[in-house]
Structure formats: C-alpha cells, structure tokens
Design a protein around this ligand. Structure first.
Ligand SMILES: [Ca+2]
Length: 464
C-alpha cells in the first residue's frame, strides 16, 4: 500500500475513534476522589473535632452525605488504596500488604482510571501513589494520563527528591500539600471542557511531621508538640481542599462533579505504627488493626443537585465509591465488590447497600453483619508493647450499643459467633494467599525504602 493511502486510512480511523470517544464522553460528570492519609476518625469537624478546624471538609460534608459507618477495605495505606482503585477486595488478587521493592498493585487488575479512560475520561493523579515503583506499575502505566507526585508511601513535605511529573523528576520548594492543591486546581482548570477523573491523594497527615511555620503559629494553644504539628498539617490539607472546591465553583463544574472524600485508614495510635498524634475517639484501636479505629474512617460523598445532603448510617465501603463513579460514568462495572450507592442515597432503593462486610489482614480478621462484628486483632492494640503480636479473639461486639468494642459478647452468644465465623470462612475461601507478606520491619512506606531504583541498604525503623 502506498504511504499516502496509509496516511488517509489512519486519519479516517483516528477521526472515527476520536468522534466515537467524544460522543461516548459527552455530558458525563467529572469524578474527583480526595483521599487523606492516616487521619483520626474524630479529627474532622464533621465527626466532632474541637481543636482542629476543618471548615472546608465540613462544608463538603454539609453539601453531601456524611457516612457514620464508612469503611476502608484495609487498615493501612497501599492495600486500602488498591481496593479503592480496583473496586474489589484487594485480597482477591493478593494485595494484602504494603509493597516493597518490585512489588505493587498486580498488573492483571484494571483500575478505575483504566475503566474511565475507556469511556473518554481524561485521568489524573496528584499526590501519593504507593502501588508500585517499577516502570510498568507507575501511574501512567495504570490508566492515568497525568501524574504529579511521588511513588512511595510517605515523603518529606519539603524535599523534592523523588517528586515526579509523569516520569520526570521535579524540583521545588513549595510545601507538598500546597503543591498538590495547586496542581489539582490546574488540572481542573485545564480539563474543564471534557470529562475528567482526578485522584487527589494527599500524604497528609501521614508522618513525617512536617508543617509550615505560619500554620504552626495558629495552633500554639495545643500543648502537645506532635498534636500541634498534626493540626497544622491537617489545616493545610483542609485549606487546599477548599482551594480545589473553589476551583470547581469558579469554573462552573460543581454541579457536574461527583466528589468523594475519605481517609485511607484510621489514625495510627499503636506503637510500631506511624503515630502522628491522631484521635479515633470513640473508636477503639487504630491503623494496622481490624478494630473499628483501623477501618472506620471519615467518609463523604457529594454531588450537588444529584445527592440530597444528609447523614447515612448504613454500612458502606470505599469499594462502593468506585462502583458508584463507574456507574455514573457509564464505564464497565464487571467484577466489582462495591455497589452503586446512588439509589440508596436518593431513596430509589429502600434497601441497604451491604448486609455484610469483610476484612482480612494477615491473621487479623473482621466481619460485620448488621450491628454485630466478629473480630480477631493484633494484641499490640491492647498491650502497646510496640511490636506486632499474634492476633487474639474472636470477640463479638454489638456496634449499635458498643461502638468502642468494649463488651465482648462471644460467650453469651455462641450461635452468633458461629454464624459470623461461617460466613467469614466462606468469603475467605474466595481469596488468594497474599502475593507477598508484610516484612518484619514493614515500615509502611518509608521514603528511603520506596524511592524508585534505590536499594534498601539497612533495616528500616518500623515507626517512621
Ligand atoms: Ca495511610
């Protein structure tokens, strides 16, 4: 075939494809996922926080639905974010623990970015990835058109070593949380004429405890230095969420944007975790446990004029946020564990999204059936010895009467224990063995360990 003819055919094919993509994407809502890192359950105003103002998050919650039983699928960073990205329980594909070295979100899984891109969305990630640092596992190999951020699980908020735009290093001096807010605003402005998906993945308020002086000065009344720094870090994230929501308003996109917010796990309050002075009150336990403090998180869905503002008390999980987004975008929804929440929030469906939810994290487990929860958890949550201990239990709690998991009912209600254990065992049979295990020094994303192509030279501390 002659070159001119090939060129004409290619042009015709491209025009046809572009036209079909444009037609498929016309009128679709934008999708904005905002994720906080290691936030305490009660460290936002809408969950009762008194010493740290979060006016912008509170406004977001007020504009939409605040969930009182909103859960993540894992009690720490990478697997929790992985479940959200695929809309599936991450133990189904072996991603039960944080990756190190060449590990990452298995490439046989499709992400929400892949699925949305297939129906004409422009896709972007700003912030923390933590799903693999190898070239074939980086954001732009997993469905994201744009990427600005870092690949590991945590990072200094001031040092740009490891910050990337696409695959290229970026230098700068701006505080990371501000840089992420600015980048998110640019993304929203630049893509206003087409449907877009933005995963705004803050590393705030994960360690290291880095804050700007101007914000620290606002919290001199907080005596505990770590809590003061945490407050300044939270305030910075809240400010930047405000900038992003304002940008939606300025560009006339608020009514056409489905927004969600959650923290990727509960506040780390147990020695040997990345303790940041967060509070999970009234929940017990925290990050790295299957107690409520590890898995029940601040959780908001907002879509102006589509979702009536309110409070939702039935169980939901982050996998649902993904399923909802895919459904409203007209994207493929096969093989998901999440369900579309919209019919439940609008009242079109008077049932409940989930009668039952499950967790597995090594030898820890949990199942919630209605108000009852059966749980095995790391004994370090009780002993606070500062190292992982074998899981103890099972214990049975009625969360309706006992949200703090203080009154074990397992001896009084052996039938309920058996019922929940049997259901959990059935679910467990559908899971894979983990593709990798948490290492003895699982440092939860220490930047020294997760920089691309940088080999670990010495044992990392477990509390970074
Ligand atoms: Ca986290």
């Amino acid at each position: 075939m002659r070159p001119l003819k090939i060129a004409i055919l290619l042009t015709v094919a491209c025009v046809a494809t572009c036209a079909s993509t444009q037609a498929a994407s016309k009128g679709k809502p934008n999708i904005l996922f905002i994720v906080g890192d290691d936030m305490g359950y009660s460290d936002v105003g809408f969950n009762g926080c008194k010493d740290i103002p979060t006016p912008n998050l509170d406004a977001l919650a007020k504009s939409g639905v605040r969930f009182t039983s909103g859960y993540v699928s894992a009690p720490y960073c990478s697997p929790s974010r992985s479940g959200m990205l695929t809309g599936r329980y991450q133990q189904r594909y072996g991603h039960e623990f944080n990756p190190t070295g060449t590990q990452g979100l298995p490439t046989n899984q499709v992400t929400i970015a892949n699925r949305l891109k297939n129906v004409g969305y422009h896709t972007g990630l700003v912030g923390k990835w933590h799903e693999g640092s190898e070239p074939h596992m980086q954001p732009q190999a997993r469905g994201f058109d744009d990427f600005f951020g870092f690949l590991g699980g945590s990072h200094s908020y001031f040092k740009y070593n490891g910050m990337l735009r696409g695959t290229q290093p970026v230098s700068g001096e701006e505080y990371f949380t501000d840089a992420f807010g600015r980048e998110a605003c640019s993304y929203i402005e630049n893509n206003k004429d087409k449907p877009w998906f933005l995963y705004l993945a803050f590393n705030a308020v994960h360690t290291p405890m880095d804050a700007t002086d101007d914000r620290l000065k606002k919290f001199t009344s907080i005596e505990d230095k770590k809590r003061r720094t945490y407050a300044a870090m939270m305030y910075a994230m809240d400010e930047n969420i405000g900038r992003v929501l304002n940008k939606l308003e300025e560009t006339g996109q608020t009514e056409n944007t489905y927004v969600i917010f959650f923290s990727d796990n509960g506040g780390p309050v147990m020695p040997s975790t990345t303790m940041n002075a967060s509070h999970n009150t009234p929940l017990r336990g925290g990050k790295r446990t299957t107690l409520e403090g590890g898995i029940r998180v601040p959780f908001v869905v907002s879509w102006k004029n589509h979702i009536k503002p309110g409070v939702y008390n039935n169980m939901a999980i982050t996998l649902d946020m993904t399923a909802t987004a895919l459904d409203i975008a007209g994207a493929e929804t096969k093989n998901l564990d999440g369900v579309n929440l919209l019919p439940y929030l609008t009242g079109d469906n008077r049932g409940i999204p989930h009668g039952i939810l499950f967790w597995r994290f090594g030898d820890q487990m949990a199942i919630r059936l209605g108000d009852y929860k059966l749980v095995r958890y790391d004994e370090n949550a009780d002993t606070l010895v500062g190292k992982k201990l074998p899981a103890i239990g099972p214990f049975l709690y009625n969360l309706k009467d006992d949200i703090g998991e203080t009154k074990d009912l397992s001896k009084k209600m052996p039938g309920k224990v058996k019922e929940l254990q049997t259901k959990w065992d059935e679910w467990n049979k559908t899971l894979m063995k983990p593709l990798w295990w948490a290492g003895p020094g699982d440092s939860d994303g220490d930047p020294k360990q997760t920089q691309p192509k940088k080999k670990k030279k010495k044992k990392e501390p477990s509390d970074v």
